[in-house]
Design a protein around this ligand. Sequence first.
Ligand SMILES: [Zn+2]
Length: 325
Amino acid sequence: MARGSGFAPVQAQQIVRVFEKKICLHAPIGALMTGQPIELAYALALISTDDSLSVFPRWVNYAFPGVEQVLRQLRGVACSEGCDFCRAHLDAKQALKRWFGFDSFLNVCWGVVAGGCCSAAIGGRSLLVVFPTGGGKSLTFQLPALIAGELQSALTVVISPLQSLMKDQVDNLLAAGIARAVTINGLLDPIERAKAIAQVANGSASILYISPESLRSRTIERLLQGRMISRFVIDEAHCFSAWGHDFRPDYLYIGRFIRELSRSKLRAEPIPISCFTATAKYQVVEDIREYFKRYLARIIHEPRGTRINSEIARVNFVDLMSSRC
Ligand SMILES: [Zn+2]
């Protein structure tokens, strides 16, 4: 008989009672008590702080990398059965109202795509999205990032070649009353840089904007090792493609970095990714899919999108991975 399994059901019920409305009602508490009791204890300790700015100490992340997966199982992915916690905290529409004040994604430009992207990202899927410039793209990765930051103290890393626009994005969120995003890039002075690094390390940042070349920095690597990473968002993803006019060799390092970081965190699946591009050329999209198929296992081609209108005569929204992470 597995260790402690004889008592697990009763104790599991007690945990569910104590953490009612703080974790998914259908989280596999009994299995976690048996298989990962230490990780479960640390995850519940973090949840019991009731403070979305608290993060695991770095040594916990290093000594028990499985703690991230446990936290995700407790409150990171909505259950298919539905429960009060998941409906209140993991529903894209509810979160849209809470964070940005919109009643519906239809109030956001390209709302149908935006709503689908948010729901898929909250569900832990990896996405490739062809999204027109000015269509409300930022919101579709910021909203899942803010939810992951709030519920799991997790960080979403946004990789973009456009350093000058990173500060604009951070400032736009600040103007909306959301002080959870920072950028670390070559345009910062040393004091600004140190402040941004501290915000990532201490958990007050849920979104980090960096350039692709920053992934080669040991400082950035150590920072990301010390935080739970919810997702990598890769903006201007056409830069992967030798067919694109903006091909950037630094982009070719991203897949290897995500693969190695995922392995170091003992993840069963790679950290989810969202790729955004406004370039809908067939060869560019194929290059992006092929790239991640090569670097991150279990990626398949699984078109799921719908045509939004006649301007986009192709699939907008593609799942990159077959299974939830
Ligand atoms: Zn649930």
